[in-house]
Design a binder for this molecule. Structure first.
Ligand code: GLN
Length: 283
């Protein structure tokens, strides 16, 4: 096999991405190679003249083929960083998004201010919300709930990897159905919220590679908010908080749902990109 100098390999791969009209993903190539070499992206630029071993070269080219075929970078790497913690991900869970970090940040400040003790992460997926709360708030316990057994298995693994499994209890359940009668200080949820008939308009990488179970919010996208607002109330202590991530056009509807169900001080918040993104209220 011929020698594979890093700079030349990256140049070839760049051309492949250009040919496939995927220039935007070219930076992913550097990321994948840095990961395989166990170095940072900056370090990678300093070793451009080095020769790759055949083994690394072959697995790099394999990753590149997967990426060119439309597999998300995070599925190839096997993880996504969220709030400074690496979460294992695969096709059974939603890839954690940075908008959700903003919801988690709000939750952390409420938990600390009100000295809360326990939270339910409803529709936990990878577990990024509940597990991050456990990492950041050392005194709390969390209950993670997801309807998908595969998702719950990933949450479990992430809890173990991040050393919080002693404070994390998981339920495979359609929302509150299988939950015992507990009452908590906070319910937090990023439920599926895309209206069924707009799923086709999402990018192919999302609609073909991420689980539709985690995206599909029913005809108007609000099915899960309706149910969580109603079914969650008995699980909240008096004064307990309900925090939602929402779609950019759902603030009014979700605020109204909460107000109609007598939640107090219901308020919507924008994310850093200026889109409506969160609704928070308390019992
Ligand atoms: N709670 C997970 C997340 O925020 C999963 C959300 C979902 O499945 N809709 O990424």
């Amino acid at each position: 096999m011929s020698q594979h100098k890093i700079s030349e390999v990256l140049e070839d791969v760049k051309k492949e991405f250009e040919l496939a009209n995927k220039q935007d993903s070219e930076v992913d190539a550097r990321w994948l190679l840095a990961e395989l070499l166990g170095c940072s992206m900056t370090e990678l630029t300093l070793i451009q003249e080095k020769i790759l071993s055949d083994e690394i070269y072959l697995s790099f080219m394999n990753s590149i083929q997967r990426r060119l075929a439309g597999e998300p970078l995070q599925h190839i790497l096997g993880y996504q960083n969220f709030y400074g913690y690496d979460f294992k991900v695969n096709g059974h869970v939603l890839i954690p998004r940075c908008e959700t970090e903003e919801l988690v940040e709000k939750a952390i400040s409420i938990i600390k201010e009100k000295r809360m003790k326990d939270v339910i992460d409803m529709c936990c997926g990878s577990g990024c919300i509940g597990i991050t709360l456990l990492k950041e708030c050392a005194d709390i316990k969390a209950y993670g709930v997801d309807v998908s057994f595969e998702a719950i298995s990933i949450t479990h693994e992430n809890g173990l990897n991040l050393n919080v499994s002693d404070r994390l209890t998981l339920y495979e359940s359609d929302l509150f159905q299988e939950l015992p009668k507990i009452s908590v200080d906070m319910i937090i949820s990023n439920p599926p919220y895309i209206p069924t008939d707009t799923i086709h308009s999402l990018s192919t990488e999302v609609k073909d590679r991420e689980p539709s179970l985690a995206l599909d919010g029913g005809m108007d996208g609000l099915d899960f908010y309706r149910r969580i607002v109603l079914e969650g109330k008995p699980y909240l202590k008096e004064g307990g908080y309900l925090l939602f991530e929402i779609g950019y056009d759902q603030m009014e509807a979700v605020c109204r749902l909460m107000e109609e169900n007598d939640y107090q001080h219901v308020k919507g918040y924008k994310d850093l990109s200026g889109n409506d993104r969160m609704v928070i209220g308390h019992k």
